[in-house]
Design a protein around this ligand. Structure first.
Ligand SMILES: C[S@@+](CC[C@H](N)C(=O)[O-])C[C@H]1O[C@@H](n2cnc3c(N)ncnc32)[C@H](O)[C@@H]1O
Length: 480
């Protein structure tokens, strides 16, 4: 049986054969709770040190994958393709074909119909099926298993992995929506791939491939990319880097001269942005992500996350409609307050962090303090307070003018401050009371990874609410 160290040595040698440079100052190792990660060697790392450099041809991205798929398709007489897909290609006039592929054949257009995640997921799926026959086996051997994705809600939902489907509905509402969007995208991608290739039948394996692509791809811009979503590449070894929201490494493309004479070549590289002590884990930042996002996309959460926030859209909307007695719905005629907020692009997406309420939230809670009549229809027809109809009540004119002034200048002290704090505090206290049982209270951590992640999201929500309540109390004491 091959040990982890042997697999990493094989991977490093294989990458070196492809002219990839890996600094001797870093090494890959398994890290408790993180899977594989990258750590600084005994010499440590200096800021600005180049850690990994890839010739762009050695990357696994839609461009390189399409070339390899097309070469293989030629060898097996195009038998990997679904017969209907081939019929459709033959029927399509060549002039109409979208030529974005770098593959040197007009028929390779069949691959251009697929998005980058679809191409890459198919590629990994198919290579795994080949096993030791795959030229990527050294890379496949160090990829996570489906079990390593056991904390991803998509995996619970699509595979009911370890009976975890039930936990999807227990997630906070916005996280459920995120998870469901991913499930929809997954099935759309699988369908598109099955419409093109005849050899994709194992859903669990496709989940594995799709999740590898989703959780390991790095941003890499190619001229043929149609959308930002197409700008993705897999880069073995760099993809061992775990996520942090702190100071981290950077990745990018730059030119490098490998020989004294001859042209400079493009490389895809990873470099440090600060010093690292020997043995310290080296991270990347996957983006300014909340724990809800990290759980859905990657299957983990950070114990402290600087991007933690609490979505209180439903609660704020309920507060705004207290006077009306019911929420506006899509099928309902919207109330004039919603029309006003929508017109100013402030309707929905209300959040708070432990430190502050988002400005959108502050605007909505300010709007909630004006009577319905302040948003009445003649006013809305005129849209701005500068052109109020003369018959409009002076007091309401003044109130709405204050709201618009607040939206324009966001003063720290405004007529809405005290009312906003009161409404926000009520929302947060009610939310805390309602969600407390979902945090698991003082009971020990659940043995089920999925259940534990659900609890962690609720604990984080409670922490954000408490942090924000403390801020509100402080502001009240300061008389803001
Ligand atoms: C790009 S890979 C990083 C390498 C990965 N740890 C491995 O074993 O191959 C992304 C995956 O690593 C894990 N991961 C990344 N950052 C993490 C963190 N801060 N804490 C826990 N797991 C993390 C998650 O499973 C995520 O899906």
């Amino acid at each position: 049986m091959t040990t982890f160290e042997q697999k990493i040595t094989r991977l490093t040698e294989w990458l070196t054969e492809k002219d990839v440079t890996i600094s001797p100052n870093i090494t890959a190792k398994t890290i408790d709770g993180h899977g594989i990660g990258v750590v600084a060697g005994s010499e440590g790392i200096k800021a600005g040190e180049k850690l990994v450099e890839f010739p762009t041809a050695a990357l696994l991205n839609p461009r390189t994958a399409k070339k390899m798929i097309w070469t293989e398709a030629g060898i097996c007489d195009y038998e990997i393709f679904n017969k209907n897909a081939i019929k459709k290609i033959d029927a399509e006039p060549q002039s109409k074909r979208l030529r974005v592929s770098t593959v040197d054949s007009t028929d390779a257009w069949v691959l251009d119909k697929l998005s980058s995640p679809q191409i890459l997921s198919y590629y990994l799926y198919h290579e795994l099926e080949k096993g030791y026959g795959s030229s990527w086996i050294t890379f496949l051997e160090v990829l996570p298993t489906i079990d390593d994705f056991g904390a991803v809600p998509l995996v619970w939902d699509v595979l009911d992995y370890k009976g975890r489907k039930k936990y999807v509905e227990q997630l906070p509402k916005r996280t459920i929506e995120h998870a469901k969007r991913m499930t929809t995208q997954f099935w759309a991608d699988l369908t598109a791939v099955q419409d093109t290739f005849c050899n994709v039948t194992n859903v669990e394996r496709f989940v594995w491939a799709w999740m590898c692509v989703n959780s390991r791809c790095l941003y890499y811009k190619m001229v043929e990319a149609r959308t930002a979503n197409d700008c993705m590449t897999l880069a073995p070894f760099i993809d061992f880097l775990n996520h942090t929201d702190e100071e981290h490494c950077e990745i990018g493309v730059y030119e490098k001269r490998t020989k004294k004479t001859g042209p400079a070549k493009k490389v895809f590289g990873l470099w440090s942005t600060r010093d690292y002590a020997a043995g310290e884990e080296v991270y990347l930042c996957y983006g300014p992500h909340t724990n809800s996002f990290l759980l859905c996309e990657y299957g983990f959460t950070l114990s402290r996350n600087r991007y933690s926030e609490l979505d209180i859209t439903d609660e704020v909307l309920a507060e705004m409609h207290r006077e009306r007695g019911k929420l506006c719905t899509k099928d309902d005629v919207e109330c004039s307050r919603c029309v006003f907020l929508r017109h100013h692009k402030y309707l929905g997406d209300y959040t708070v962090s432990p430190e502050e309420a988002s400005f959108r939230t502050a605007v909505a809670l300010a709007a909630a303090q004006l009577p319905d009549s302040a948003f009445n229809s003649p006013l809305l027809q005129s849209r701005t307070c500068s052109s109020f109809p003369p018959e409009h009540e002076a007091e309401e004119r003044l109130a709405l003018a204050s709201l618009e002034a607040f939206m324009a200048t966001a003063p720290t002290y405004s007529r809405f401050g005290a009312g906003t704090r009161e409404k926000l505090a009520r929302i947060l206290i009610e939310l805390l009371e309602a969600e407390l049982p979902r945090t698991g209270g003082d009971v020990a951590d659940s043995k089920d990874e999925a259940e534990e992640q659900v609890r962690r999201l609720y604990r984080e929500r409670a922490d954000v609410a408490r942090g924000q309540l403390a801020q509100l109390a402080k502001q009240s004491n300061e008389g803001k």
